[in-house]
Design a binder for this molecule. Sequence first.
Ligand SMILES: Cc1cc2nc3c(=O)[nH]c(=O)nc-3n(C[C@H](O)[C@H](O)[C@H](O)COP(=O)(O)O)c2cc1C
Length: 263
Amino acid sequence: MELFEAIAQRRTHRGEFRTDPISQTDLDQLIEVARWAPSPFNTQPWQFLIIREAAGKNALADLTARCVAEQFKDPRFLDDNSRWMRLTDAEWQQRGDGVRLTDHVDLPPMLRKSPTKLKPLLKNAKNLSILGHLGAGKMPAKEMAELIRTSPLLILILMDWTRRPPGEGGQRWMWLGMGAMIQNLLLAATALRIGTQFVSAPLERQRDRERIREIFDVPASSEIITLLRLGYVDSMRGESVRLPPSSFIRYEHYTESVSTPAN
Ligand SMILES: Cc1cc2nc3c(=O)[nH]c(=O)nc-3n(C[C@H](O)[C@H](O)[C@H](O)COP(=O)(O)O)c2cc1C
């Protein structure tokens, strides 16, 4: 697959993957592209914990289920989330950002037809958290856990603090290098017809990251950056939206509202 095609086709896969394991050849290719990412001072601070066995998957699935259920009860988390939740396709397309609620939560049948009924609730995170206390988070928690449990491959991505580059900005540059590395991996996965999904729920809170550290014996010198689930998919197709360039491109001065590049 050509590079531009892979960039355009890459999508977050929130559903099930095919059950066949990722071949060692493909995994080696993912590792190879990660290796060639840029990093500050060529420090290459990344580390991968590759999880293929049930024990590791189950531990992460159980932790994720607990985290998701707890997040549904947390008004601050819900309030933060609601800003980026789009209730309908039309709203999502029109705004060009955020995520569709229905991509993350399986709504009960009565709400599926008219999800806008949720609008007043989303405006008041306290009400939503009451639903969480009544068990509304249990289903999404169970579903997310199942997706993790059945993923052919999980990669826990770590950053090695002992490879910190010099200078006041060292930490920032390290994070940027990690992002570049992860994008290499996502694009190569797309080219190999491997679907990917970030799984952030079990990494939101420090105490949950500490739990992961204990489970996998990750040393204090390594930061837990992200968790990816991966598996082959039959179709790379999936919907997504983006803001138009005009919303984030500035020429010459930040405050210039409308300007075109000089030819
Ligand atoms: C750092 C980071 C964390 C993310 N965490 C999650 C996540 O926990 N669950 C999820 O389904 N998608 C997650 N995503 C995927 C974004 O929601 C997704 O990239 C965005 O909605 C655009 O969709 P697309 O990737 O299909 O184009 C994450 C993406 C990034 C870069």
